[in-house]
Design a protein around this ligand. Structure first.
Ligand code: PLP
Length: 366
């Protein structure tokens, strides 16, 4: 049996006629940048979240960067980010010439350790970027409380959390603004790069839209120098269709995670933990085992693809070598980076496949 890590082809086959028609329409109309299809997706995604403004852009990294810029974060400022994330989170901070300040991670939930945020706040701190990693939200009540106390902006990185919720609030609706990525493998993925920014703040939305489109408020009215970060019409056409399926696909991921929980029950590994009042949408199902590399090899030889998200925490990457961070500064996340392993996870994954992964893991571990 072969179990891929993700299976975008089988997802395509499940919605093929609609996708083919939407792509054909775009080509027939030869409208490739912006236009009514992009507007319709923006409205659809804003309605899905119950938020006032959605601005489509080129990718999730740009979304973070543009929002920071629109918030006025720049040279001399510091931004709190989790040590454990994809590099976009800190890269975007550096891109606006601010400094990413890394905070260690919660050992059970993989999100920023809110107990360690306050000690990293200085007079230069302007914002916090919680990342709702693997599909589960960070502790937003505590983060918002700290932000209010120190007058900081909160920018939610929702690249892995489309449809996730904290108590009754959807990811992306609690902070001052939020970024989304529609990279193909995300819970809501385009057929190429795409991203979005969302906010209830109309002024911030207007600025972000302007920055993403060459600083124009309307054609040829360049109020500032902006950049080119727009969503392709073809991507919006694909995303509009896939957005309709997102709730069902998330349900299936949650269902698949519960199958994993059940089948992995008595194995000597640590299963992902879910907060009781959160809705974890399982972008990734991440287990922990001390014999990570050997287990991954064993699974690969049995036809099962796995991945590691991520092999190194951000501060220990070569990109930050000048700062000379040490593992001891991030004791929790620098430890589990050697034990985390992401198992195959997608809506179309079958119970049979999950059972096979569990049986193979049993052989690898016992
Ligand atoms: C995927 C991802 C991004 C950025 O997405 P791109 O669209 O690839 O630029 C940002 N943050 C996190 C946590 C991600 O997983």
């Amino acid at each position: 049996m072969k179990v891929p890590f993700v299976d975008l082809h089988s997802q395509y086959l499940s919605i093929k006629p609609l996708i083919d028609e939407a792509i054909n329409d775009c080509i027939t109309q030869s409208n490739f940048i912006g236009g009514p299809v992009v507007r319709a997706f923006e409205k659809g995604f804003a309605d899905f979240l119950g938020i006032k403004n959605c601005i489509a852009c080129a990718n999730g990294t740009d979304a973070i960067e543009i929002l920071l810029q629109a918030m006025g974060v720049g040279a001399g400022d510091e931004v709190i980010v989790p040590a454990h994330s994809w590099i976009s989170t800190s890269e975007a901070v550096s891109a606006v010439k601010a400094k990413p300040v890394f905070v260690d991670t919660d050992p059970d939930y993989f999100t920023i350790d809110v107990q360690k945020i306050e000690q990293r706040i200085t007079s230069a701190t302007k914002a916090i970027i919680p990342v709702h990693l693997y599909g589960q939200m960070a502790d937003m009540d505590t983060i918002l409380k700290i932000a209010r106390q120190y007058d900081l902006k909160v920018l939610e990185d929702c690249a892995q959390a489309h449809g996730a919720a904290y108590k009754d609030s959807l990811a992306g609706t609690m902070g001052d603004a939020a970024s989304f990525s529609f990279y193909p493998g995300k819970n809501l993925g385009a057929y190429g790069d795409a991203g979005a920014m969302v906010t209830n703040d109309d002024e911030l939305a207007e600025k972000a839209r302007m920055i993403a489109n060459h600083g124009q408020i309307k054609k040829h009215h360049h109020i500032i120098e902006g950049r080119n970060s727009r969503m392709d019409t073809l991507q919006a056409a694909v995303l509009r269709i896939k957005l309709q399926h997102l709730p069902t696909w998330n349900e299936r991921r949650i269902h698949n995670a519960s199958f994993y929980d059940e089948y992995l029950q008595d194995l000597p590994l640590k299963k992902p933990m879910t907060h009781p009042y959160y809705r974890h949408v399982f972008h990734l199902y991440v287990i922990q085992t001390d014999r990570r590399d050997a287990v991954a090899d064993f699974l690969r030889d049995a036809g099962i693809e796995t991945a590691v998200h991520y092999p190194s925490i951000l501060p220990l990457l070569k990109a930050y070598k000048d700062e000379a961070y040490t593992a001891a500064q991030f004791p929790v996340s620098s430890k589990y980076q050697h034990s985390i392993l992401s198992l195959p996870m997608y809506a179309e994954l079958t119970e049979d496949a999950i059972r096979y992964v569990a049986e193979t893991l049993r052989k690898a571990l016992l």
